[in-house]
Design a protein around this ligand. Structure first.
Ligand code: AMP
Length: 176
């Protein structure tokens, strides 16, 4: 029997065809954010799924990873660390450049963001190829932490991005 919270969340993801470019079916999470019961269900389920990882830090990727990551961190009473696009963080950073379908992208994190012995949950709204999540994991390792696991609201199943994150545990709530 499916969890009614899953059905509610699924009903609050809007498909937007051809955004940001032709051929992409964009999964818009703004209806979920605008529905308090669905957003609360989402945070509750993420918290349940990651509880066993015994992590002590939550990292979220700019921009939508901030929304879910920061709210999840507050719910778990854990520190939140942002991984940002280049040039945004004011103090010394570690940096990872990673390949996109066309070109490259960069993520940065403050060098001193992680406490000694950090076990980090990496959070984003969606995993497609897994490239962004992998880059965030490299940042964690560069800053001296360990990845405890990954949590996503949405997994685009046919792209099998989760396999690229092995052997770390990957939790996602909705598969499309
Ligand atoms: P990837 O690095 O391929 O796993 O892509 C994941 C990142 O791109 C996440 O930060 C997502 O927010 C964004 N993304 C990729 N594909 C989509 C999509 N179809 N709809 C919404 N966001 C997407």
């Amino acid at each position: 029997m499916s969890d009614p919270r899953i059905d509610l969340m699924r009903s609050k993801i809007r498909d937007v065809p051809d955004f940001p470019k032709p051929g992409i079916l964009f999964k818009d999470i703004t209806p979920l954010l605008a529905h308090p019961q669905a957003f609360d269900a989402c945070l509750g389920m993420l918290a349940e799924r990651v509880y066993d990882l015994e992590a002590n830090v939550v990292l979220g990727m700019e921009s939508r990873g901030f929304i879910f990551g920061a709210a999840l961190a507050a719910r778990l009473r854990l520190p939140f660390v942002p991984a940002r696009k280049p040039g945004k963080l004011p103090a010394d950073v570690v940096r990872v450049e990673y390949a996109l379908e066309y070109g490259t992208d960069t993520l940065e994190m403050h060098k001193d963001a992680l406490p000694v012995g950090a076990q980090v949950i990496v959070v984003d709204d969606l995993i497609a190829t897994g490239g962004t999540a992998k880059a965030a994991a490299s940042l964690v390792e560069k800053a001296g932490g360990d990845v405890a696991g990954f949590a996503f609201v949405i997994e685009l199943g046919q792209l099998e991005g989760a396999h690229t994150l092995a052997p770390h545990p990957v939790h996602s709530l909705l598969r499309f």
